[in-house]
Write a protein that binds this ligand. Structure first.
Ligand SMILES: Nc1ncnc2c1ncn2[C@@H]1O[C@H](COP(=O)(O)OP(=O)(O)OP(=O)(O)O)[C@@H](O)[C@H]1O
Ligand SMILES: [Mg+2]
Length: 263
């Protein structure tokens, strides 16, 4: 597995995300417990785990949407809710491709929304924004579809449009929750390659949740296996096989692992 070196990876300055021993309850139920890890600039981290293991909860806590009972999260040394983080973080939500079907919006309009901020909201012509929109659409390979209604796209194209919206915002740290669901193998590979390139050449940092263990393991540099606590965190090529994974999870029956390979 290749590893990226952007600057000095051992420098504290390169730590983009610091999740410091957090525990999170939802509706009184302990969902995350003692989660502790850091992500450095240029890393592509795959976050995996069975249904209900707390993956989305972890992303929402990193984004400041949920509050931890214990511990802290910092992004670029700031608290998640800090407005100084505005525009630095890109977020592609779970089932992002399930945009409402009745919304009439073209790919280009959707991507352009990613460039809206408090300063430029009422400015209609802005060359900088136009360039960023063009670049983002090109990066995800949707130039031919840019004037097409989002509702007419395939699942994979729609997912790429949502990713382009995040890219157009020129964020540095991108969090994606299950971006591969409902897209075919070819589109999936294109998307993974795009994300990998963003980390290698584009200087972005990615934390991505996926059920597609095989696909994410091939692309991400590092894997985190979450099931209320972190059961594995290390280079993708050291990710445990099914039998080892069953042991880590304290499950005797290896087949119960398959509940996380559903798509
Ligand atoms: N809005 C909510 N209110 C209360 N509990 C919730 C809420 N959303 C999720 N939970 C609970 O938190 C736990 C973790 O859910 P979470 O959505 O983080 O899991 P996940 O790993 O993302 O699962 P999936 O793979 O199905 O997306 C589950 O037990 C779930 O029932
Ligand atoms: Mg989830």
């Amino acid at each position: 597995m290749e590893s990226v070196v952007v600057g000095d990876m051992n420098s504290e300055n390169d730590v983009i995300l610091n999740v410091n021993n957090i525990s999170v309850k939802r509706s009184g139920k302990q969902v995350l417990k003692d989660i502790d890890f850091k992500i450095k600039r240029g890393e592509f981290v795959g976050l995996v785990g069975p249904n209900g293991s707390g993956k989305s909860t972890l992303l929402l806590t990193i984004l400041g949407e949920l509050i931890s009972q214990q511990g802290s999260v910092s992004i670029y040394g700031l608290q998640p809710a800090s407005n100084r983080l505005y525009g630095k973080i890109g977020w592609v939500a779970q089932a992002a491709s399930n945009l409402p079907k009745d919304i009439r919006i073209t790919v280009r309009e959707l991507v352009r929304l990613g460039t809206v901020n408090g300063k430029n909201m009422f400015r209609f012509s802005d060359g900088g924004r136009r360039k960023r929109v063009n670049k983002a659409i090109k990066m995800v390979g949707l130039e031919d579809e840019q004037y097409t209604d989002v509702a007419r796209l395939s699942g994979g194209q729609r997912q790429r449009a949502v990713i382009a919206r995040a890219l157009a915002s020129e964020c540095e740290f991108i969090l994606l929750d299950e971006p591969l669901v409902g897209i075919d193998r070819e589109a999936r590979n294109t998307l993974l390659k795009l994300l990998d390139n963003l980390c290698h050449d584009g200087g972005k940092t990615i934390l991505m949740v996926s059920h597609d263990l095989a696909a994410i393991r091939q692309t991400a540099h590092r894997m985190i296996f979450l099931e209320q606590t972190i059961k594995f965190d290390g280079p993708s090529n050291e990710f445990p096989d099914l039998e080892e994974l069953a042991k880590l999870r304290g499950i005797g029956n290896v087949h119960s692992i398959y509940d996380m390979e559903e798509d």
